[in-house]
Write a protein that binds this ligand. Structure first.
Ligand SMILES: Cc1cc2nc3c(=O)[nH]c(=O)nc-3n(C[C@H](O)[C@H](O)[C@H](O)COP(=O)(O)OP(=O)(O)OC[C@H]3O[C@@H](n4cnc5c(N)ncnc54)[C@H](O)[C@@H]3O)c2cc1C
Length: 369
């Protein structure tokens, strides 16, 4: 059995950011991933948006990490020459009586420290994006898009350069607590690893990985809901400059079906939101009408102009329609599991927050670095 300083479970974008950060501070860091390569789940099945931080509750981890993560990520992307675009986004009010909702969003963004927000009149929005119908919009210039695969590849390379080991096809199946840490066992092998510190960054399965230690996720409100989102694509329009979002749902915070442009100038719409019991990314045409009705309220589009593209599944602490919960990032010392760090409910804006999440986890650990 090998003994290391830290095991990180899960090589999504957050696990990789953790491995990169922790391998600079600790000796032996190993990241174990059940798939044959990194980022096969949420980290490669999302909108690839660098969020600004306008939506989240004051002082929440999501608000703090998103504003910091936005800044840090642009620096990281420039330093490592990773394709991205600071395109900005418009949150659009369709009707004049929705303007007060834009004001509330603007105030929330300012409170969270988001810079350069501005409410634009219908004519200004029309000048910026002539294809879109709006009575007013909130302009958010710090929003952007990135190549998430390249971010993950860079983090993996940097972690390995620092001496971290990434072990693929390594599905953690049991975790045994010992006096000096934890012993991890894996599927289809007798190989075991022991470590005083284990970071659970298992995304959609992080509540199940937490349960392997003997902790009851339900008792701590750690139970995850799998909330799927589909994306539709169009070739009718290309090269729309900015991202276009509707107003978020006032109750749940759900961002709504938005218009995304990728780094190649292609346009897609999504994601919607619905509960699933299985991790299955296949998608059909079930929600075509929902997408069409939503998109045509602000953009001239035909039913046949859009078609199913891809899907992703959020690991959410709330059910569809319930108010959004904050990330859980906790050293479980108080629960009798010192050195076991749970990251649970790392849904959006987890991609934007990956670097500050890694800094925060490092701050929860004792190290002599
Ligand atoms: C539809 C959608 C749209 C989104 N859009 C955005 C956006 O535009 N901007 C933004 O900032 N965020 C967005 N997000 C959120 C963002 O994608 C996630 O927060 C982020 O990818 C989470 O990364 P992660 O590393 O925690 O999880 P994951 O990428 O899911 O990685 C977890 C890893 O753990 C591995 N694992 C699980 N169990 C085990 C085990 N037992 N043993 C070993 N390995 C295991 C999995 O295989 C997986 O690779 C979106 C998410 C979704 C689903």
């Amino acid at each position: 059995m090998d003994r290391v300083d830290i095991v990180v479970i899960g090589a999504g974008i957050v696990g990789l950011a953790l491995a990169e950060k922790l391998s600079r501070l600790f000796g032996d860091v190993i990241i174990v991933e059940k798939e044959k390569t990194f980022g096969q789940h949420a980290s490669s099945r999302n909108s690839e948006v660098i969020h600004s931080g306008i939506y989240y509750k004051k002082n929440s981890l999501k608000a703090r990490f998103c504003v910091k993560g936005n800044k840090n990520l642009y620096t990281f992307l420039k330093r490592h020459d990773i394709p991205h675009k600071r395109c900005g986004k418009l949150v659009v009010a369709e009707k004049p009586d929705q303007k007060s909702s834009l004001e509330i969003l603007l105030q929330n963004g300012l409170t969270n420290g988001v810079k350069d927000l501005e409410i634009l009149s219908s004519s200004k929005v029309h000048r910026m994006e002539p294809l879109f119908k709006a009575s007013a919009a909130l302009w958010v210039p710090s929003t952007g898009i990135l190549d998430s695969h390249r971010v993950m590849k860079t983090l993996a390379l940097l972690a390995e350069k620092n001496g971290a080991v990434i072990s693929y096809n390594s599905k953690v199946e049991s975790i045994q607590q010992e006096t000096d840490g934890y012993i991890l066992s894996f599927r289809n092998t007798d190989y075991r690893i022991s470590a005083p510190i284990v970071v659970n960054s298992a995304g959609l399965w992080s509540d199940r990985v937490c349960a392997m230690t003997g902790m009851d996720p339900a008792a701590f409100r750690y139970t995850l809901h799998w909330n799927k989102g589909d994306y539709y694509r169009t070739s009718r329009y290309r090269n729309i400059e900015r991202l276009i979002y509707p107003l978020p749902d006032a109750e749940s915070g759900y961002l709504g079906i938005h218009t995304l442009t990728n780094l190649n100038g292609e346009l897609c719409f999504g994601p919607n939101i619905y509960h699933v019991d299985r991790i299955d990314y296949k998608m059909d045409d079930t929600y075509h009408r929902e997408f069409f009705d939503s998109i045509r309220s602000y953009l001239d589009i035909g039913y046949a102009d859009i078609w199913p593209d891809k899907s992703g599944i959020r690991s959410a602490l709330q059910e569809v329609g319930e108010p959004e919960r904050d990330f859980v990032i906790s050293n479980e010392k108080e629960k009798g599991h010192p050195g076991f760090i749970n990251l649970i409910g790392i849904d959006s804006p987890g991609l934007t927050c990956c670097l500050p999440i890694a800094d925060y986890v490092a701050s929860l650990l004792d190290y002599s670095g």
